[in-house]
Design a binder for this molecule. Sequence first.
Ligand code: SF4
Ligand code: SF4
Length: 442
Amino acid sequence: MQYLPNVLFAIALILGIGYFSRNVKKLIRNIKLGKSITVPGDKKQRWKNMARIALGQTKMVVRPIAGLMHIIVYVGFIIINIEVLEIIIDGLFGTHRIFAFLGPVYDVLIGSFEVLALLVVIAVVVFWLRRNIIKLQRFIKPEMKGWPQKDGNWILYIELILMFLFLTMNAADYKLQELEAAYYVKAGAFPVSQWIAVLFDGMSQGTLIALERSAWWLHILGILFFLNYLYFSKHLHIILAFPNTYYGKLEPQGEMNNLAAVTNEVKLMLDPNADPFAASEGDSDDPDKFGASDVMDLSQVQLMNAYTCTECGRCTSECPANQTGKKLSPRKIMMDTRDRLEEVGRNIDANKGAFVPDGKQLLDDYISREELWACTTCNACVQACPVSIDPLSIILDMRRFLVMEQSAAPSDLNNMMSNIENNGAPWPFNQMDRLNWAQESN
Ligand code: SF4
Ligand code: SF4
């Protein structure tokens, strides 16, 4: 019986980490459904980008208030969870505040965790107000209705509850230390929870122990729950922001990935010196399918982008198409890609590891042609994204499918492309007539 709590703790830990690992495997499998690509560029530059953008949060502070609050929550959450290490050791071996031997260092650590916890609570309240009372435009766009809106709030509630449990646990511990209760060694500094402890004045030692143990258990169970909630939430970005920024685009933003096969065709058509035999060699590189109509046609980086999206809406709030009332929202492009990928993943799970065609695809069932053609390819969404996501690349790949596989571009574009093909220019004039305007002016 003496070891029952330790056994229960070990079971909770194994279940929590086990289920999380299972979902991580699923996540990796889903991302690998995309095309593998060789990512060009300097590895050193990629590591630097990851350190600057994901760790340093440099793109977050472009909007100072949200950026500062986000840094507090991020740093607070990561640092406070260092305490989880102590909780795990205590839980497994039946010790209490195992790191108390650090003496003054321990006091500083616990004290600073508490200050950070208070700052996290303040930041979370501000975030909640922005979403629910101030109702910032980017949080109430159509794609945020339903689960995305609930998810955003759930994350805030869970963080708030975890911080309160942490402070309550410390407050009860502080009182028990004052009472010199057995097992509760004098350790730690409690600059915030000592004010909560005032509420516990007059409580018996037994009640305080029950309170401390309950808060301790709920805190660690809450952390395990939150860990597993990540896979189902936009909060997955706290992990994926790191690989995603590493694989972020290094080429100039306006640079599009031309297909070698198409480039050869165009050269043959426009360049009299082009070598036709070189072009036919390139034919062997012809892809099976031009562009993308479903998630399997996208690259693994694009699929990771979809899982990394924080649904912050910075891209949509900068998008000129969205600002002028068009249906396009780059955030929705990423959310739709993730939703479809999840659907494909569930299909594979239900069919013993093989995808069975379900008569659906990303194009039309999730992302409409109207959205795709509303894009001006301005790159504002790519520039605005705090975690290096590239919604434009997905739009371009889907447009490529429409043009090259279905000849389904809007008529204006089709005319322009026919003109280029026939006249070598976007205008409907014969090449011989190009300088007519000069004669007219004489
Ligand atoms: S590139 Fe397209 S989706 Fe992105 S901001 Fe510009 S118009 Fe919007
Ligand atoms: S793509 Fe980037 S900017 Fe847009 S909602 Fe997702 S994380 Fe935010």
